[in-house]
Design a protein around this ligand. Structure first.
Ligand SMILES: [Zn+2]
Ligand SMILES: [Zn+2]
Length: 223
């Protein structure tokens, strides 16, 4: 079992949790959801001497992908860094790049670079880490969780005490609850849940605690 270093950093105007996850032995690592603060993330990577091989997105919403391009350009080994996102959210990501008609919405994100389309069951090997891609649609069609060594990075699928919004285009509460029930709840209860936003009473939780206390699980799934 690989020993990991996990850093949780709040970035961007919407306070997204970005994560740096690295293998302690090889220092090879990934960045999950760089939604901003690319310079700060790079500084941290430099000071820890991490070698990043993937920038991974839990889904294609702008607040989670905003700094993909800038961050990649700032990394010293950028030609060996792949940006990964689920195939069903690549569309969403591209749509966000389209020019908006109204003048006050004319700000465009930098062009997307998705080098690696992710699918359910994919395994990414990074140093001694094995990162499993779990497709958990509901918040968006292409939402995924990343699972490695009892850690689950859930993006906007599962928060501390809540779940992500499903009232936005592409969202479905029924689909999200099915993802929770079939793909997250079977994991061991001591799995650490690292969410995509700081919406709860603590920055991270365990699956066991959420099974006992998260109303979306206790009231909608287990009742
Ligand atoms: Zn989202
Ligand atoms: Zn979000």
């Amino acid at each position: 079992m690989a020993a990991l270093k996990i850093k949780q950093i709040k970035v961007g105007p919407l306070g997204v949790f970005a994560y740096i996850v690295a293998c302690s032995e090889t220092k090879k690592g990934i960045i999950i959801d760089p939604g901003g603060e690319a310079n700060q993330l790079v500084e941290l990577i430099r000071s820890e001497r991490f070698e990043i091989t993937y920038i991974l997105n839990t889904h294609g919403h702008a607040d989670h992908v905003m700094a993909n391009q800038k961050l990649k350009n700032l990394l010293p080994n950028k030609q060996h860094v792949a940006v990964g996102m689920h195939s069903e959210d690549k569309r969403l990501f591209i749509d966000q790049q389209m020019p908006k008609r109204s003048a006050n919405q004319s700000k465009r994100l930098e062009s997307p670079v998705v080098d690696r389309l992710l699918h359910h069951g994919d395994v990414l090997n990074v140093g001694r880490m094995r990162i499993n891609v779990i497709h958990t649609p509901g918040h968006t069609p292409g939402s995924v969780c990343f699972h490695t060594e009892k850690n689950l990075f859930t993006g906007d699928t599962l928060f501390v005490g809540a779940v992500g919004r499903t009232d936005i285009p592409g969202g479905s509460l029924d689909t999200l609850l099915a993802s929770l029930q079939n793909r997250i709840m079977p994991l061991p209860p001591d799995t650490i849940i690292w969410p995509g936003h700081d919406y709860g009473d603590r920055p991270a939780t365990t699956l066991g605690r959420e099974m006992r206390e998260n109303p979306y699980i206790t009231d909608f799934i287990l009742s």
